[in-house]
Design a protein around this ligand. Sequence first.
Ligand code: ACO
Length: 330
Amino acid sequence: MDIMTELRNNILGKGIRIVLPEGNDRRVVLAASVLSRSNMVKPIVLGKRDEILATVEEAGGFPLDGCELIDPEDYAGIEEMIAEFVKVRKGKIDEATARELIKDVNYFGTMLVHMELADGLVSGAVHSTGDTIRPALQIIRTKPGITKTFGYFAMLKEAKRRYIFADCAVNPDPSSEDLAEFAVEAAGAARMFNIDPKVALLSFSTHGSAKTPSTEKVAGAVKILDEMDDLNFEYDGELQFDAALVEGVGKLKAPNSPVAGQANVFIFPDLNTGNIGYKIAQRLGGYEAVGPILAGLNKPVNDLSRGCSADDVYNTVVITANQTLGIYDV
Ligand code: ACO
């Protein structure tokens, strides 16, 4: 069974409520229709009812019966939501600012998740990454013990070739502490894709073959992991990509490493390398890039690419719904 089938089976019939703030986008409403008709999730589609229905008409017409449609401008609970928004931002915004911000569908949708009126959110078919995830960073916030969220990709090719790449989406210049956190969370994410995690913290150096501030940053992350108790996955660094992936190179460059030559979770040293790296694997290597999937948040919120297809929206919702199950945490 392929991994997306497994992920669909996990959520089937559970009624997991996923907010789709971009109800005026053809790809989003089409995905919402298919998701509800196949009993995969209960989509909550935001927007003006007549605009959503007009979008459906333009896209060829399909039923939205199983979806809940909410118009934020006509929402009965808006005053309660604004009060909660001010409260959760702890003095960072006043009521007037909250009233203005809540007009943004991403803030409104994120508040539905925060107030447990929905289980997760998928947006970004129309909005930028920053506009999609900023409300989540400010309102949903990171899980206890986690300081930064990050975005990973599941890189998939054929049934057995599955890798996790992180961070490819959020933090331009992570510290050693951040990289150590990403390693732990990415190992948990790997389990969602049925990968037994072997985590490589990547660099252009293997075990001190070069020493610069950037290689020492990665080596520092490994030291932090060494000091953590109860890690239930193997990890190593700093490792070059070939030493991490290719058995022969791993044996040569890092003979005593527990993961060299067999790594399947790759932690990149910064956002330049992570973002470029996944795109090379996708465009030159022919891997399917599923994501970015945000890790480390209290509740799942995920960002679509503006070039996404209705299939991408569908798959991202399936993954987001799986994240609500909370069974993959390390
Ligand atoms: N994890 C958790 N919280 C965070 C993070 C993080 N990584 N980054 C910021 N925050 C919090 C801040 O602490 C702050 O909280 P506060 O308001 O309660 O104090 C809040 O989020 C807002 O922080 P800002 O720094 O003001 O947020 P900003 O909007 O400037 O930046 C953002 C956040 C949008 C994620 C920024 O880091 C960014 O643009 N990253 C790059 C995104 C990108 O372009 N990725 C590449 C494209 S995606 C792709 O190709 C797959």
